[in-house]
Design a protein around this ligand. Structure first.
Ligand code: NAD
Ligand code: IPM
Ligand code: MN
Length: 367
């Protein structure tokens, strides 16, 4: 089977971190015989600049064909005042929606070398390994009606939280399946105390559990309390399953448990394609970081670990994924740090490319 990859570097630090991933892809081709058929295209502001839209139809079509899409980041101040329909973020949302990538896996793992770097105490985060499963194709991000309307002489902004039973059912199954391969625990988060969609969410998750996953330990938590518990004692969690908006917020919170937003990868998975592989897009959780873009300062680890997730979930290369994750762990243990991973100004941080160099050297050493 060939391995097809579509790379969409995007905006801001996207192309900078993706350059390091490209070197790592080449390494796996040269040193491990894992050949990828790679194509590259535009997304976000970069696509808008050329096509007048944040995702061209041809790019969308290509994304539907390949085994996996790797995306850097989209957005930036240059595009902040564009019409909502052509904002860079719409390109990413279109990919998620049209590829029907309903399960967004956002792991938060604290590497031992960074345990003192988290804003929380070492005890609270050392050894942390949780997985947030965020519903990605529905909820308030996509519900109708939406828009800005005139009403009684003033404007009203409307978004609608909406979930069908089948949308909740399928993402709950993804969470339970993952839990079985990990700590066998799922905590579902919503606000069933104030939202009808939360009541339905809780009911359906419980029903899926009772019918097909009674062996997995299931608990429910209000999402606000969940945010608090993530900061208080995150190690109580194994898999968290939640909706699109709460998942967006909670995964940024979880990012800081690991030390930096620059560390967090993600996989967005849909239904299996004809070749048995899931529709898939891999991207860091962070954005285009306009404040540091173009300076060679960005931490490429989130994007590199996103490629590791691609190796595991799209290409059935779990051992090679682990090899890459261990190379990252070794480099951190050796003290290599980009600026976001440094507490004091004393020493010179590694550049994006130097972090890439160090990870490649650790990969070589793993052979
Ligand atoms: P951001 O994630 O881009 O940046 C937040 C902070 O984290 C910044 O201080 C940034 O410098 C830092 N940071 C992020 N990634 C880093 C990395 N790899 N290495 C070092 N530091 C890093 O979020 P924001 O500032 O809220 O958003 C900026 C733009 O990115 C907006 O246009 C937003 O819509 C977009 N965005 C895109 C995505 C995506 O493409 N998936 C995700 C989030 C935000
Ligand atoms: C993320 C981002 C996106 C989201 C934006 C850029 C559309 O914040 O991937 O977490 O809100 O989902
Ligand atoms: Mn986000």
């Amino acid at each position: 089977m060939t391995n097809t990859l579509l790379i969409l570097p995007g905006d801001g630090i996207g192309p900078e971190v993706m350059a390091e991933v490209s070197r790592i892809i080449d390494w796996f081709g040269d040193k491990r015989g894992l050949k990828f058929d790679v194509s590259e295209d535009l997304v976000g502001g970069a696509a808008y600049d050329v096509h007048g839209v944040p995702l061209a139809d041809a790019t969308m079509a290509r994304a539907q064909e390949v085994d996996a899409v790797l995306l850097g980041a989209v957005g930036g101040p240059k595009y902040d005042n564009l019409d909502f329909s052509v904002k860079p973020e719409r390109g990413l949302l279109r990919l998620r929606k049209e590829m029907d990538l309903f399960a967004n896996l956002r792991p938060a793992q604290c590497f031992d070398a960074l345990a003192d770097f988290s804003s929380l105490k070492r005890d609270v985060v050392a050894g942390l390994d949780i997985m947030i499963v965020r519903e990605l194709t529905s909820g308030i991000y996509f519900g109708e009606p939406r828009g800005i309307f005139e009403e009684n002489g003033e404007r009203v902004g409307i978004n609608t939280q909406r979930y069908t039973e089948s949308e909740i059912d399928r993402v709950a199954r993804s969470a339970f399946e993952l839990a079985r391969k990990r700590g066998n625990k799922v905590c579902s988060m919503e606000k069933a105390n104030v939202m009808e969609s939360g009541i339905l969410w809780r009911e359906v998750v419980q029903r899926v559990h009772d019918a097909d996953y009674p062996d997995v330990e299931l608990s429910h938590m209000y999402a606000d309390a969940g945010g608090m518990q993530l900061c208080r004692w995150p190690k109580q969690f194994d898999v968290i399953v939640t909706d699109n908006l709460f998942g967006d917020l909670l995964s940024d919170v979880a990012a800081m448990l690991t030390g930096s937003l620059g560390m967090l990868p993600s996989a967005s998975l849909g239904a299996p394609m004809a070749n048995g592989r899931p529709k898939a897009l891999y991207e860091p959780v962070h954005g285009s970081a306009p404040d540091i873009a173009g300076q060679g300062k960005a931490n490429p680890i989130a994007c590199i670990l996103s490629f590791a997730m691609a190796l595991r979930y799209s290409f059935d290369q779990g051992e090679e994924a682990t090899r890459l994750e261990q190379a990252v762990e070794k480099v951190l243990a050796d003290g290599v740090r980009t600026a976001d991973l440094m507490q004091s100004e004393g020493t010179t941080p590694a550049s994006t490319a130097q972090m890439g160099d160090a990870i490649l050297a650790a990969l070589d050493a793993s052979l």
